[in-house]
Design a protein around this ligand. Structure first.
Ligand code: SAM
Length: 310
């Protein structure tokens, strides 16, 4: 189990709505940490975690992400409780980072609670514009409100609503250009310890995977049906092809006006080769990328160039 084996580094996302990466680097230096600069590769992070100590790096892919030794606990750090630091795994930072809506954009976070990606989206659009965030689970939404308040997010509109019932024709969403779809999944990519704490994770019978993948397809296709949407990111913390490449393949066959964009070309681990272009998707895992298990696919409307110039 995770307790005996090597552990994930402690990834810390800097909340740029409240502070800056440079200020946080100075803060940790004053706290006695040695700053080793920006990692150039995942290999460098692998070497970093093998030598424990009060040291940290800037991440190789996500500029707002800092990397500390495994088991570094920041839950009591005043900058964490003040919302300057967000404790978010590197892989889970990829969807919003890749979606990259411009400042002022209207964005939907389809399955949003507990809201780490919502807060990241809000930071990317600099709290200007809108993040419409939906979730079915009241308890998780309550947790999310607290998290967003602490992070200083003000551009959100939360709704306790089934995303599948959100009308793409509602004038409210007419300017939505970017959608993040991070639906319920088997959680098979999460570290064991976290899976046991998660209410979502359960047994992975083929029936359950089938039901999950059917919902994932519906959520993704609903996102693509918003008329003004240009870019949609799909992610899961599952390692199963059924919830990942199979969903993407099925949707690409149905929505021929969308194509996949190669997500983070420098990322070393790609989607499983089950359809032409599956390497546009990316995968993450503990052994290969020193993150939890994850999958990301980035969709773009084909006529984006001509549309935006009209
Ligand atoms: N994106 C979140 C984050 O980064 O913090 C994690 C989302 S979690 C993987 C999936 C969420 O989808 C759960 O909170 C679940 O309650 C919600 N959900 C499931 N079915 C839904 C639906 N039909 N509409 C909206 N939310 C749904």
């Amino acid at each position: 189990g995770v307790a005996d084996g090597p552990a994930l580094p402690r990834y810390v996302r800097v909340n740029t709505l409240k502070t800056s990466v440079n200020d946080i680097i100075s803060y940790f230096k004053r706290q006695g940490y040695t700053y080793l600069g920006k990692a150039r590769s995942i290999e460098e992070i692998v070497q970093f975690v093998q030598k424990p100590g009060k040291r940290f790096l800037q991440d190789s892919h996500i500029p707002d992400l800092l990397v500390f030794s495994p088991n570094t606990d920041f839950h009591k750090d005043s900058l964490y409780t003040a919302g300057h630091l967000i404790l978010q795994d590197k892989a889970s930072c990829l969807p919003a980072f890749l979606l990259s809506p411009p400042v002022g954009a209207h964005v939907i976070d389809a399955c949003a609670a507990p809201g780490n990606k919502t807060s990241q989206l809000a930071a990317i659009i600099q709290n200007k514009g809108k993040v419409f965030a939906f979730d079915l689970d009241t308890k998780r939404l309550a947790t999310m409100s607290t998290l967003l308040l602490r992070a200083g997010i003000t551009c959100q509109e939360l709704a306790n609503q089934d995303f599948l019932t959100v009308s793409p024709d509602d004038p409210k969403y007419q300017k939505v250009s970017h959608i993040l779809v991070d639906p319920s999944c088997s959680g098979s990519g999460m570290p064991d310890r976290m899976r046991m704490l998660s209410e979502e994770a359960g047994s992975e019978t083929s029936e359950r995977l089938q039901a999950l993948s059917a919902f994932q397809r519906r959520a993704l296709s609903h996102a693509l049906s918003f008329s003004s949407v240009q870019t949609v990111v799909y992610s899961t913390c599952s390692v199963h092809q059924q919830e990942n490449e199979d969903v993407v393949k099925n949707i690409l066959e149905q929505y021929t006006d969308f194509r996949l964009v190669k997500a983070l070309p420098s990322w070393p681990v790609r989607g499983q080769n089950i359809f032409p272009g599956s390497d546009s998707c990316l995968r993450a895992s503990f052994t290969e990328t020193l993150t939890s298990g994850f999958f990301v696919a980035l969709f773009q409307r084909k006529d984006e160039g001509s549309r935006s110039s009209v």
